[in-house]
Design a protein around this ligand. Structure first.
Ligand SMILES: [Zn+2]
Length: 339
């Protein structure tokens, strides 16, 4: 079968598109004929080093994806449109048993620890295939599996966002940031977004952002305080790190919550413990989400409350160009791979 896979670590020259063995479906698994995937930051990380993530080359790329079930134990599943939950979990550890499989210490992620979604076929446990609502195409359905699921868990499970609260989303344009904007708006929050790109802020406003901030890190807090009558925001959604982390802490109202799911420009910012203590701030780390959370997200999509914007689509043969597009940071919305 045709697939996009890594032959080594480095730049785009280690990304190959060619033949790989078709996976053999085991008991309890579904064989999915893939239709679309999207590229994520972690694909760049896997391409460039994959350090700290146990994997063997060559490995097929792609963490999220959607397609049609071609074979399954139950004939009733065949032909069903599904989007894939990217984590294959043990189902037996303390975390799996208490309904938090996303914490499973043995979790194996598509495109990270095992062959991924940028292939004609993928085999996963049947529970990893979630039904796609009719109003989403395959690229939109694929887009949900990493960024939207991550943002969903950050806002609802971690920050316990309430209608009418104010959310500050850093670095709008990135996958998780855009997802957080859309989900928070759909939940009835007021949403402020930051970017250094006036064009991205304009597009975020079109997507529902209530106010925008275009300032260097040390100027963000002042603008956010102006936009909130000196109060600060209830929730900050952050995945940049470095100097932005400190700015984010300064934007929070007393008792406010900050949720981080990454650190693209630095993972060792000053902690500002005095501010955290005196203002009783709450800090959450988060990554991905549970299948149950994914199901709720899909229900919102089915109800027309959410639809991921697709910035660009590339055929599988041009996965290198799609990765370069992601790396450029110029995108606004997901970059999809049609398979
Ligand atoms: Zn487990």
């Amino acid at each position: 079968m045709k697939a996009a896979f890594l032959t080594g670590h480095g730049g785009n020259e280690v990304v190959a598109v060619g033949e790989r063995p078709k996976p053999q479906r085991g008991p309890g698994e579904i064989l999915v004929r893939m239709k679309a995937a999207t590229v994520n930051r972690v694909d760049l990380y896997m391409r460039d080093s994959g350090a700290g993530i146990t994997h063997a080359l060559p490995q097929i790329m792609g963490v999220d994806g959607a397609g049609v079930i071609e074979d399954a134990d139950s004939g009733a599943l065949i032909g069903r449109r599904v989007t894939l939950y990217p984590g294959i979990v043990c189902g037996a550890c303390e975390f799996c048993n208490r309904g938090e499989p996303v914490l499973c210490a043995k979790m194996s992620l598509l495109g990270e620890h095992r062959d991924g979604t940028m292939a004609e076929f993928v085999c996963v446990p049947a529970g990893n295939g979630l039904c796609v609502p009719d109003n989403l195409d395959f690229a939109q359905a694929a887009a949900l599996g990493v960024n939207y699921l991550t943002a969903w868990r950050m806002l609802f499970t971690k920050a316990r966002l309430q209608r009418g609260e104010t959310v500050l989303v850093f670095g709008i344009g990135g996958g998780v940031s855009l997802a957080a904007l859309q989900i928070a708006k759909a939940a009835g929050a007021r949403v402020l977004v930051t970017s250094r790109s006036a064009e991205k802020l304009r597009r975020a406003t079109e997507l529902g952002a209530d106010a925008t901030v275009n300032a260097p890190p040390d100027g963000i807090a002042r603008e956010v305080m102006d936009l909130t009558q000196g109060r600060g925001v209830d929730v900050a959604i952050e995945n940049i790190g470095g100097p932005v982390w400190n700015a984010a802490l300064k934007c929070l109202v007393r008792g406010g919550r900050i949720v981080t799911c990454g650190a693209t420009i630095g993972d060792q910012p000053p902690a500002d413990l005095r501010r955290i203590v005196i203002r009783q701030l709450q800090i959450f780390g988060s990554t991905l989400g549970n299948p149950d959370e994914f199901s709720e997200l899909l229900e919102w999509c089915a109800a027309g409350r959410l639809k991921p914007p697709i910035d660009a689509r590339y055929p599988l043969e041009q996965v290198g160009a799609a990765l370069a597009h992601l790396e450029s940071g110029a995108q606004f919305g997901k970059i999809a791979i049609d398979i």
